[in-house]
Each structure stands twice: as structure tokens, then as C-alpha cells.
Design a protein around this ligand. Structure first.
Ligand code: DOR
Ligand code: ZN
Length: 377
């Protein structure tokens, strides 16, 4: 990674913790990274897929594609078909062939067989199996009701063939407070799972708490976590600032400030167990602005600028490349991308709305201005 400065006139927010020769006084810098990947992305399908896929492809080399479509992607055949639709959408969006690689996942159910896992592994296009506890979030109704009760054969096969389990880590017990569901999940599901399958690769997706950070840091064996930009930048106050703000509502929900600080510390530490996963999840504006609004924040449009803002807030831009471009491929057993992405310090206003099929999506931080933007080309 290189951080370069092109002007030397005024004080820079980039003064603490910066590597290299960047001067004390800059007004503009560029940041050149090995091209990042998004290890947790919702692309949806059909017209919506065609609307959003270009946003991810502009920044990322690859993305782990979430399988919570309606109906969900539960078989290798489904994943292959969905892969084909994504490639077609990329072509329609004018993305050169091979520039962006969708890494497919299967949606784990109580009925996923060991054979299905082996078919997925043999396909070469499936890179993980997603655990949604039934009822935990958007389109999770077909998810798992009892992981160690019904999924042992699938988990055994995954452990044996090195297929990672990607975990939505929240219990669904209505007696557990919404803000405690991740911490309780660690005790009730994650620990027994890892005890039963110690060599299973596990990605604790979109962790949101200090408890999640501590668990991943200390757990023995192949465990890692993705962290979203919104959980690095906002605490739960954002949901209620000046009124109820549905575009900050996602699951797992934003938490208290001390949890945000723990996530920020982990993401920017350089620790290889933490890597980028936007959980960018587009919903039409009207589906969020209603009496029972959907969970999900649309961040793909300006994801890398959001992450750069978060890293810069603690003077750790020098660790952005490890988090965004190196730690993920290392965990998944892939090589880092061969090309680069350049971010430049040029103010970028976030649009109020973006087109989404025949409607609109409100991106996260709509109307705000970010200090960084991705260089075209
Ligand atoms: O906020 C979320 N939205 N969390 C999820 O787990 C799913 C996602 C979606 O698909 O909309
Ligand atoms: Zn997600």
C-alpha cells in the first residue's frame, strides 16, 4: 500500500499513525491498495441485481454473495444458476469479463446433506455455506432451527473438505433482548459448535459487539470475522438522531459506543482474523420507510470511502489494506488480487437516493459528504 501526498499547504487530518513519508501538512493524498474484496454482500436478483452490481465491481475484485434470495440458494445447482445471472448482470453493466468474481454460497437448512456440501466443493464456485438461524433476519425463514441437532452431517463434510461456515450470529429467542442476541449466541451456539467441530472454518459475520471481538481474538482454531462500515462508523444513537431513521436499521442492529470502539480497534489493528464485509443490503426506499421497515443498509456505492473514513478516524489508514485486501483471501485460501484500487482525498457527497430497479434506494449516509472517493478507471 502506498499513501502519497500531492499538496503541502494546509493541516491534514492524516497526521497520527500514518506510515511512509506522508508529510505533516497535506491537503490531498491518494491511497493505493491491493484491490479489496467484499467478504459479505447481498446482490439480490433480477432488476435489483442489475442496478447494484456495478457499485461493487467498481471497487472490489471479488465478493462473497449471500444466498438469502426468495427462494433461498440451497443447492449447488441453484448457486450455479445464480452465478450465471450475476455474470450476465455484470456484462450488462459493462464490467469487463473477469474483473469482478462472485464467490457463491449455499444457504444452510435443517436438510442440507453431506453430498450437497461435496457437490458445492466440487463446483469450484461455492466458497462458503451460510447459517441463518431461522427467523433471525431478512429471508431467514428457511434457516436452521437446531444447528447441532439437524446439521451434523453437513458440518462434518464442511470440516473435512475445508468449506467455511459463515454465521449470522444472533439467537432468535424472543426472551433475549435484541441488543444481547450476539453475546448470547456466542455461549449458546458458537462455543458448542466449535467444540464439536474444532477444525471447521468459521466466519462470524458482521460482528457488532466487544463480546464478538473478544471471542474471535481468543478462540483457538480457524475463526475469523467480517466487520461492516456502518458498525465501524455509527452507534445505536444513529437510529434515533432527530427521529426514527430506518436507513440506519440493520441486523445485527447498531450497538452502544463502547462496542463500536472495540470493532474499530479490531478492524484497524492489522489482526488477520478481521476483514472487510460490507453486508450491503439494498431495500427499496418504501420498504424501509413503513410501519414495519426492512433491515439492511445500502453501502456498496461508496463502501471503500466509508471504510477509509473509519480507519482515518483513528489514524490507522496504514492497516486498511490488510483489512480490506489481504486478511480475507488468506482466510479463504485465495491469493490477493493482482491489481490495485486508488482512493483519493476528494470530497464526495453521498447521493440522497440511487436508482434501484424501477424504484430507489437510500444509501447509508445519504446527504453527508465523505472525505475520500475511489479514483475512476
Ligand atoms: O440488515 C440485514 N439485512 N441483515 C441481514 O442479516 C440480512 C440483510 C438483508 O438481506 O437485507
Ligand atoms: Zn448479510
Amino acid at each position: 500500500m502506498s499513501i502519497s501526498d500531492t499538496f503541502t499547504e494546509a493541516p491534514s487530518p492524516l497526521s497520527a499513525g500514518q506510515t511512509g513519508t506522508a508529510a505533516k501538512e497535506n491537503t490531498q493524498e491518494t491511497l493505493v491498495l491491493v484491490r479489496p474484496d467484499d467478504w459479505h454482500l447481498h446482490l439480490r436478483d433480477g432488476e435489483v441485481l442489475r442496478s447494484v452490481v456495478g457499485d461493487s465491481a467498481r471497487q472490489f475484485g471479488r465478493a462473497i454473495i449471500m444466498p438469502n434470495l426468495k427462494p433461498p440458494v440451497t443447492t449447488t445447482a441453484d448457486a450455479l444458476a445464480y452465478h450465471g445471472r450475476i455474470l450476465a448482470a455484470l456484462q450488462q453493466a459493462g464490467v469487463p469479463t473477469g474483473r469482478f468474481q462472485p464467490l457463491m454460497t449455499l444457504y444452510l437448512t435443517d436438510h442440507t446433506s453431506a453430498d450437497e456440501i461435496l457437490r458445492a466443493r466440487d463446483s469450484g464456485i461455492v466458497h462458503g455455506v451460510k447459517l441463518y438461524p431461522a427467523g433471525a433476519t431478512t429471508n431467514s425463514d428457511s434457516g436452521v432451527t437446531d444447528l447441532l441437532g439437524y446439521c451434523r452431517a453437513a458440518l462434518e463434510a464442511m470440516q473435512a473438505c475445508g468449506m467455511p461456515l459463515l454465521v449470522h450470529g444472533e439467537v432468535t429467542d424472543p426472551d433475549i433482548d435484541l441488543f444481547d442476541r450476539e453475546a448470547v449466541f456466542i455461549d449458546r451456539v458458537m462455543k458448542p459448535l466449535r467444540q464439536a467441530f474444532p477444525a471447521l472454518k468459521v466466519v462470524f459475520e458482521h460482528i457488532t459487539t466487544a463480546d464478538g471481538v473478544a471471542y474471535v481474538r481468543e478462540a483457538p482454531g480457524p475463526v475469523a470475522a467480517t466487520i461492516t462500515a456502518h458498525h465501524l462508523l455509527y452507534n445505536r444513537n444513529a437510529l434515533f438522531k432527530g427521529g426514527l431513521r430506518p436507513h440506519w436499521y440493520c441486523l445485527p442492529v447498531l450497538k452502544r459506543e463502547h462496542h463500536r470502539l472495540a470493532l474499530l480497534e479490531a478492524a484497524t489493528s492489522g489482526d488477520g482474523r478481521f476483514f472487510l464485509g460490507t453486508d450491503s443490503a439494498p431495500h427499496p426506499k418504501g420498504a424501509k420507510e413503513q410501519d414495519c421497515g426492512c433491515a439492511g443498509c445500502y453501502t456498496a456505492h461508496h463502501a471503500m470511502a466509508l471504510y477509509a473514513t473509519a480507519f482515518e478516524s483513528v489514524g490507522r489508514l496504514q492497516h486498511l489494506e490488510a483489512f480490506a485486501s489481504l486478511n480475507g483471501p488468506a482466510f479463504y485460501g485465495l491469493s490477493p488480487n493482482a491489481d490495485t484500487l486508488t482512493l483519493e482525498r476528494i470530497a464526495q457527497p453521498v447521493p440522497d437516493v440511487l436508482p434501484l430497479a424501477n424504484t430507489e434506494v437510500v444509501p447509508l449516509a445519504a446527504g453527508e459528504t465523505l472525505a475520500w472517493r475511489v479514483q475512476a478507471g
